[in-house]
Design a protein around this ligand. Structure first.
Ligand code: PGA
Length: 237
């Protein structure tokens, strides 16, 4: 099955770094890479012909919402993906009901959603309950025909930005659990990505996992050489 790489560039890139970044990624042929830069840099990625995702969205279509971007605006610009529910959004007060509203609004505009779920270290014992709750809350009232527009990104919170990744067999087990829960809730089989400290040194351990459809790569994606290595290993170039 074709794997997918989502580059979550967070707030890492400066405008004056883009030229070099693009130059170094010039020879990438794969189509299954989605770049999610800081919003104001999105037009540069679109101009280069990359598939682009936005890192967050507001659920309203238009109106007096200073600082926000609507799904309609994203769609019209040519953005095709949106990352929702990322743990770092909690810093800005995002709760599960916000994620749900954003998911419905994004799907309404035909945007594909990368829905982040994950447990804290403390929640490891209750992983099944925690992940199930996140999935049920996000998927309420989602029209059946829209389920396939959602990719699940499993990101254990303790693995984000720490250099730590789960043990492979434990990860495979969790991915199977998530697929089981997703099927129970939606009646569909959805793609599942792994995110959290994926880099050029651990990618070859992760690629063989059976239940994995790709990766959500954070800080390593801002380094073109690291990203290229991740791409090479993932797509076995
Ligand atoms: P990281 O981030 O690769 O820097 O750990 C992943 C993510 O938060 O999406």
């Amino acid at each position: 099955m074709n794997k997918i790489i989502v580059a979550n560039l967070k707030m890492y890139q400066l405008p004056d770094q883009l030229e070099t970044y693009f130059e170094q990624l010039n020879d990438i042929k794969e189509n299954n890479i989605i770049f999610c830069p800081t919003s104001i840099l999105i037009p540069y990625y679109l101009e280069k012909g990359f598939k682009v995702g936005i890192q967050n969205i507001y659920h309203k279509e238009t109106g007096p919402y200073t600082g926000e971007v609507s799904p309609v605006q994203a769609k019209q610009l040519g953005i095709t993906y949106v990352i929702l529910g990322h743990n770092e959004r909690k810093l800005f007060g995002e709760k599960s009901h916000h994620i749900h509203q954003k998911l419905l609004a994004s799907l309404k505009q035909n945007l594909n959603v990368i829905l982040c779920i994950g447990e804290t270290l403390k929640e490891t014992e209750n992983k099944k309950t925690v992940l199930k709750k996140q999935l049920i809350s996000a998927f309420q009232n989602v029209p059946k025909e829209d389920f396939q527009k959602v990719l699940i990104a499993y990101e254990p919170i303790w693995a984000i930005g720490t250099g730590l990744i789960p043990d492979e067999s434990e990860l495979e087990e969790t991915l199977q659990l998530i697929q089981y829960l997703v099927t129970e809730i939606t009646g569909e089989h959805l793609k599942i990505l792994y995110g959290g400290s994926v880099d050029e040194t651990n990618i070859s351990k992760l690629v063989p996992l059976n239940s994995l459809n790709g990766f959500l790569v954070g800080s390593a994606s801002a380094n073109p050489m690291k990203l290229k290595r991740i791409i090479e290993v993932t797509f076995k170039r």
